[in-house]
Design a protein around this ligand. Structure first.
Ligand code: G4P
Length: 528
């Protein structure tokens, strides 16, 4: 295998969670361990807070930060770790789902007080679709939360994944005393704001060691013995293959803010998390060790400076070696492109890189050549499959308030929707433009950016549609008839694919029942 050492060094992953579970805090602690930052507080939260509505300056500021923190690369114990950030706000869930296609594994943070929450469920669904290996970190053990066995049961049931505890907590909240490491057979005693050295670790060869009673008290020691016996009986040893297949998730308990339990998590992560693996494409399976470069764009970000229209396309490298100033084949446009200033994301310095390997993400300056899902190769024609384009749920018609700026508006709409923040539909056989988003906040962002980046002023009119379904049929005549009868509901997406907009679930069910020769697709993959 070519570049074997480079590939085996790399771990590319994302931390996912419901907002406020502790993703940003955990990210920061990881970066501290990796030496990528020196002080806590250096990573600004890249989330638009739950309550953000119209604070555009805030959105702008956050966008700026989120370019910088979109990918954080750091080294830890001879491994090169690429941590891909995912926005927390649910209106940006699509962006998160696509980022998950670019990682090889995830760490899921669950708040011990709140347990499984809405976003936890949705994000895990995406992971399960791809069998992404998952490690669970149960955070905020310093707070009075749910009981550990209850939490495990809830997570297993709600997220349909088998759990395997790697550490086990001794109480929680005010009485939280620490965790017992079931793998290393250590007792890690809780102190707030741990500096992450080993002085609080007590090695105990077996749980009957009286040191345990001395350290945590008779009652808690007895409880721990009982718990561990129960866990051992049910779980045994972690089977790494089951973790790698996405069937079993190892679980750690800790407190990110106190840097407690984080090192255990990171040490296990670098030991068991997968290195870059082979990936499916429209033509064949592509493996990281192949000679020739391939990669795909999973995120596009507008440049911070609104005066410059250029953007940064984030490309995940899947095979071969990426080199600066080398021509690569842009499959969709069927043209060769090269990059003189590819951007790397080593957290210490944002820098131009000369080469990158499978698992890495490079930032490519783009003047409008890229769309989400685009593939670069060294000549072969294929697309990476499985990059989802989710069915929007809120639809609004775009009303141009300044006809002098029609050209700018069209350009702006095309470019912004290339970034994947929203989907653009055009009335079938007409000119009406409709934007579909997953969340309301997106419309505010689009309106603001159209004005500030393109000088185009728009207003949105709400439309009473409920879901977009891509429609296909082998029977051309049936499809034409359907379009004729449903003119008001049929639009085309940017690639010219037909889309049916349903007013309600009832209408949708009726159309599905009445049109057995037409297929309705809900979450179209960008490349099938
Ligand atoms: P997120 O990125 O998942 O949205 O969560 P974030 O890390 O921002 O954490 C959300 C809140 O939870 C923060 O408090 C953070 O300090 C707190 N937190 C994180 N880990 C722990 C933990 O182990 N124990 C406890 N008790 N709290 C924790 P905040 O008040 O919302 O923000 P801030 O003012 O502290 O920044």
């Amino acid at each position: 295998m070519k570049y074997e050492a480079e590939i085996n060094k790399r771990k590319t992953f994302a931390i996912i969670s419901h907002p406020d579970a502790g993703k940003t805090t955990l990210t920061e602690k990881f970066l501290l361990f990796g030496g990528a930052i020196q002080t806590a507080g250096a990573v600004k939260s890249n989330k638009i807070k739950k309550h953000a509505t119209s604070d555009f300056m805030e959105i702008e500021r956050q966008r700026g930060i989120s370019v910088a923190t979109s990918v954080m690369t750091f080294e830890y114990k001879d491994k090169l770790i690429n941590l891909l950030d995912t926005p927390g706000h649910k209106d940006f869930a699509e962006d998160t789902y696509r980022t998950l296609t670019a990682v090889d594994s995830v760490i899921l943070v669950v708040d011990s007080v709140n347990g499984v929450e809405e976003q936890t469920r949705k994000l895990m669904e995406v992971c399960r679709m791809r069998d992404t290996p998952v490690i669970v970190f149960i955070n905020k053990m310093d707070r009075d939360g749910k009981l550990p066995f209850d939490l495990l049961e809830e997570i297993e049931k709600e997220l349909s994944i088998q759990l395997h505890p790697m550490t086990w907590p001794i109480n929680n909240g005010k009485n939280f005393k620490g965790v017992y490491n079931l793998f290393d057979k250590n007792l890690l005693l809780f102190t707030a704001n741990t500096k992450a050295n080993d002085e609080d670790t007590v090695h105990i060869d077996n749980l009957n060691d009286p040191v345990l009673d001395q350290k945590v008290g008779d009652k808690d020691a007895a409880q721990l013995r009982e718990d561990v016996e129960l866990i051992d009986g049910v779980h045994g040893q972690l089977i790494t293959e089951d973790y790698l297949a996405g069937k079993t998730a190892p679980v750690f308990f800790g407190s990110a803010i106190n840097n407690f339990g984080v090192k255990e998590l990171l040490d296990t992560f670098i030991r068991i998390a997968p290195v870059p693996l082979c990936r499916e494409t429209s033509a064949r399976e592509v493996c990281p060790g192949e000679d020739k470069l391939s990669g795909f764009v999973f995120k596009i970000h507008a440049n911070l400076d609104p005066k410059h229209r250029d953007r940064i396309a984030f490309m995940r490298i899947c095979s071969g070696k990426f080199e600066r100033n080398t021509y690569y084949h842009h499959v969709r446009l069927d043209k060769d492109v090269r990059f003189s200033n590819p951007y790397s994301f080593l957290a210490r310095e944002k820098d131009i890189i000369n080469e990158a390997y499978p698992g890495d993400v490079v930032g490519l300056f783009d003047t409008g050549n890229f769309k989400i899902g685009d593939t670069l190769t060294e000549g072969e024609d294929f697309f990476f499959t499985g990059i989802p384009s989710f069915s929007p749920e809120i639809f609004k018609e775009v009303i141009n308030k300044d006809p002098m700026k029609t050209k700018q508006l069209e350009k702006g709409l095309l470019q912004l929707t290339d970034e994947g923040v929203a989907q653009l539909f055009t009335q079938h056989g007409g000119n009406r433009k409709i934007i579909g988003c997953v969340g309301d906040l997106q419309f505010e962002v689009i309106q603001y950016r159209l004005l500030h980046e393109y000088g185009a002023s728009v207003q949105f009119n709400s439309l009473a549609f409920y879901k977009a379904c891509w429609i296909t049929s082998d029977d051309k005549k049936k499809l034409e008839d359907f379009i004729r009868f449903k003119t008001a509901n049929v639009v085309v997406d940017k690639d010219g694919h037909l889309v049916y907009l349903a007013q309600s679930q009832w209408f949708l069910n009726t159309e599905i029942a009445n049109n057995p020769d037409i297929q309705f697709h809900f979450s179209s993959e960008i490349h099938k």
